[in-house]
Design a protein around this ligand. Structure first.
Ligand SMILES: Cc1cc2nc3c(=O)[nH]c(=O)nc-3n(C[C@H](O)[C@H](O)[C@H](O)COP(=O)(O)O)c2cc1C
Length: 192
């Protein structure tokens, strides 16, 4: 298997998640190669990959714009490949989505409804919030959010979870293998 993990990030936590995924995939005997890079830097022909994983943090209930652009530009190249999508979010801000596999798939299908391929696996994973890293605009937005919820300061939040990221990629490859077996069986039946 040759796997691409393409991610978008503003403050680095999605890069951490993507890197943990790649590290874990590289320990598997059935994985030949893993490339992990920001979406803006993906110039290789996606035809070289057998599996694709896309990841973006959630900002104001949306993907980062560079991920949306990547999907818009490169969508025909996803065709015929198992695709997984992960969102990075915070429990408090992404209530109902974070940690909920069905919430993740339903949520992400909004972005994929026009694609030739739907993600076969999708969920939200824990991220992090570093108040000192936020730019002025984000700081203001997040401060307002926490003030509305009775907190005068933006808390440091750390929900990054390595085990969760490893489970995500293992589950994806497991589902991709099931799909491949089913497709082979269907093709064989058609040929009979
Ligand atoms: C301005 C702003 C808006 C956010 N909006 C959401 C949101 O709508 N839902 C959510 O679950 N998390 C939200 N978050 C939390 C981020 O998704 C979380 O901090 C994530 O780990 C950031 O990823 P990054 O470090 O890769 O940029 C928001 C964070 C900021 C700073």
């Amino acid at each position: 298997m040759k796997i691409l993990i393409a991610y978008a990030t503003r403050y680095g936590s999605t890069k951490v998640v993507a890197t943990w995924m790649a590290d874990h995939l590289r320990t598997r005997d059935d994985v030949e190669n893993v490339d992990v890079c920001p979406v803006a830097a993906v110039c290789a022909d996606l035809g070289d990959y057998t599996h694709i994983i896309l990841g973006s943090p959630l900002y104001d209930d949306d993907l980062l714009p560079e991920m949306r652009e990547f999907i818009d530009k490169r969508d025909p190249e996803f065709s015929g490949k198992p695709l997984a999508v992960f969102g990075v979010a915070l429990h408090e801000l992404g209530e109902g989505l974070y940690g909920n596999p069905d919430g993740g798939l339903a949520y992400f299908n909004r972005f994929f409804y026009y694609l030739p391929v739907k993600p076969i696996y999708s969920r939200f994973l824990g991220g992090a919030l570093y108040p000192e890293r936020l730019n002025k605009e984000d700081y203001k937005l997040v401060k307002e959010f926490f003030e509305l919820h009775g907190q005068s300061e933006i808390p440091f939040v750390q929900e990054l979870n390595k085990k969760e990221t490893q489970e995500f990629v293992d589950k994806f490859l497991q589902l991709a293998a099931v799909k491949e077996r089913l497709q082979k069986r269907i093709q064989k039946k058609k040929g009979d």
